[in-house]
Design a protein around this ligand. Structure first.
Ligand SMILES: [Zn+2]
Length: 392
């Protein structure tokens, strides 16, 4: 074939290739934030404060003050009082799964119902055979974060920030070399600033109430500054206070921590809206690593959920393999590629193991093709690829 014709054929092929790929048009998402509120129950997320727990038996110092902050006559009003950004801004433009009262089931597939197995399932897309508790061992599984960071388009643009000293193990930083700020010690990678320096000083000079977990402000505020300075494409944010206060049996502090999670979501969203790079190109996935015990929330008439039959409300403090209901989670997703179906109801169950592939799919990557153990994406959460570019 003469060179001139060959080059014309190559040119034609080059022109046709994007058209062929156009059958699967690019989504608008260029950045994903994955956020986990540790052990925050679906009961509070969907129905707000539980009146039966607003008392001294559940660690509440000032029941009247807590009631005036979070108690409202209806579940809808209660959840908006607890998480106003989630319910007024995020859900109306996205989706949330897991309200058992509306036949929407979101659950973990690992049997352990504790943190490390839940994070590993979320990050890897399947329950690990090796990770059965919170022991600090380097994760033998590869996370979707490591998988993406090994691709040129994401290399060096992936980071994790979490209020627990086990995250470097979950991400296997020995092998992955991912930058993971576990908030125990300074944030010391990437571009920094006087704001981050100040938070590092605060970390060094503030007691750690729970030893291995810091207060959420200590991880979220410097992380937000770091995101502004370093423009990552994929970020994990782990907030831990909801779990810690629950274990202490402080229902007031547990609710306040949930309220702060919502404050951080609003702050992150405000940053996204103010940033030409992130605005209209960022998707957010928000969930918990595991549920907790406790029966169905108060409703009129009372709801009977088979899985929670006989469970006492006081069991909200605990989670683990033997705690009924602790397998139930919730998952919220919003961004430019997620249809605004809002609070989902009457649909098949979704699982924590679907989060990794959903995250990758939003970024245009087929994770289960590379990791066959990974569950498929949550299909409803991503716009069907047709409408954007199909030509008549
Ligand atoms: Zn816990």
């Amino acid at each position: 074939m003469p060179t001139r014709i060959l080059s014309s054929v190559l040119l034609l092929a080059a022109l046709l290739l994007p058209a062929a790929a156009g059958a699967q048009p690019a989504l608008r998402t260029r950045h994903v934030f994955l956020i986990i509120a540790d052990g925050l129950r679906w009961q509070e997320v969907f129905t707000g404060a539980d009146e039966r727990l607003i008392n001294a038996d559940n660690g509440v110092d000032d029941p009247e003050a807590l009631r005036s902050a979070y108690w409202r006559p209806t579940p809808e009003a209660r959840r908006e009082a607890l998480m106003p950004f989630l319910w007024k801004t995020a859900v109306p433009q996205g989706q949330i799964y897991g309200n058992l009262l509306k036949s929407s089931d979101a659950h973990i597939t690992n049997p352990w119902r504790v943190s490390y197995p839940g994070y590993s399932e979320t990050f890897c897309g399947y329950p690990s055979d090796e990770i059965k508790n919170n022991a600090k061992i380097m994760n033998p599984e590869t996370t979707v974060f490591e998988w993406l960071n090994n691709k040129p388009a994401f290399s060096g643009r992936v980071a994790a920030f979490g209020a627990w000293d086990t995250y470097p193990f979950i991400f296997n930083t020995d092998r992955s070399h991912l930058p993971v700020d576990s908030a125990v010690g300074p944030l010391d990678f990437g571009r920094t600033s006087p704001v981050i320096d100040l938070w590092n000083t605060a970390r060094a000079e503030t007691p750690y109430r729970w030893g291995s977990t810091c207060f959420d402000s200590m991880v979220f505020r410097p992380a937000l500054e770091w995101i502004r300075l370093n423009s990552p494409r994929l970020v994990f944010l782990g907030l831990g206070e909801t779990d810690e206060w629950a274990h202490e049996g402080n229902y007031d502090q547990y609710l306040h921590a949930a309220r702060r999670v919502d404050t951080y979501l609003a702050a992150l969203w405000n940053f996204i809206q103010s940033s030409p790079e992130y605005k209209d190109s960022t998707s957010i996935i928000l969930l918990c690593d595991h549920g907790r015990g406790g029966d169905a929330p108060l409703t009129t008439p009372p709801a009977a959920l088979p899985a929670l039959d006989g469970v006492q409300p006081q069991q909200w403090r605990d989670h683990g393999g033997r705690i009924a209901g602790a397998q139930q989670i919730w998952i919220a997703i919003w961004g430019p590629d997620t249809p605004p179906l809002r609070e989902r109801a009457d649909l098949p169950a979704v699982t924590q193991s679907q989060v990794a592939a959903t995250l990758a799919a939003l970024l245009g990557e087929d994770y289960p093709a590379a990791q066959p153990r990974a569950a498929q994406p949550i299909g409803d959460a991503i716009k069907a690829p047709a409408d954007a570019t199909r030509t008549p």
